[in-house]
Ligand binder design. Structure first.
Ligand code: ZN
Length: 211
């Protein structure tokens, strides 16, 4: 749920990752450098508290428009998770870009267009398509039309050996009930059924190799 202690993780610069994920990430980083690509972590482990801040800030901002509560939540969850449900809570997942001197703000960096052919991160994307799996990293939110949940995220990778295990453990917890008892702005009126559906659409709406 993102409530683990930071001391359990490996620190890489400003970011924290699960220990094996961190070691494999470092190996992959070395390999990209050999091929002239400098990768940069945008996001790794994220705590429940941080995810709650992100979610609630977006909720308050969108509530200034005429959107209903449900529609607001649907908009936020195109790319952002309900706190307690993000794979970033596990330390096995990363958001990745290529380091370059641009004036892009972080919000503008994570755009699918940048990863397309001719996009600023197309080299990284191609490299990852060819090599990431040999280090255990798989794209999580693919552009498969049959996938439910989040939009296509060509920057988000999971370290499969650990993430697969964590997913199974996560799905065995009674998360819908746990989430229903958290005080999260925007979700006060939601019931256990809402969270159950959310978990099945979003948490399970991933690249089928990761299940
Ligand atoms: Zn991510």
């Amino acid at each position: 749920m993102g409530k683990s202690k930071l001391s359990q993780f490996t620190k890489l610069g400003d970011h924290y990752l699960e220990n094996e994920t961190a070691a494999q990430f470092q190996l992959m980083k070395k390999a990209t450098r050999k091929d002239g690509i400098q990768i940069q972590l945008i996001s790794a482990f994220r705590s429940f508290t941080r995810q709650k801040e992100i979610f609630e800030a977006k909720f308050l901002k969108l509530q200034q428009t005429n959107l209903s509560e449900m529609e607001t939540i649907r908009q936020i969850t195109q790319y952002s998770s309900i706190p307690g449900t993000s794979r970033h809570h596990w330390g096995t997942d990363i958001d990745l870009i290529e380091k370059r001197s641009t004036n892009h703000k972080v919000e503008d960096v994570l755009q699918p267009n940048h990863f397309k052919k001719e996009g600023i991160f197309s080299n990284l994307h191609l490299w990852m398509q060819e090599n990431a799996a040999s280090f255990g990293f798989y794209l999580t939110y693919t552009n498969n039309q049959e996938r439910t949940g989040y939009e296509y995220e060509p920057w988000h990778y999971s370290y499969i050996p650990k993430a697969k295990v964590y997913l199974q453990e996560y799905l065995e917890l009674n998360m819908a009930k746990k989430l229903n008892s958290e005080k999260i702005k925007g979700l006060e009126n939601m019931d256990v059924n809402f969270f159950e559906k959310y978990i099945s659409d979003y948490v399970e709406g991933i690249n089928s190799s990761l299940r």
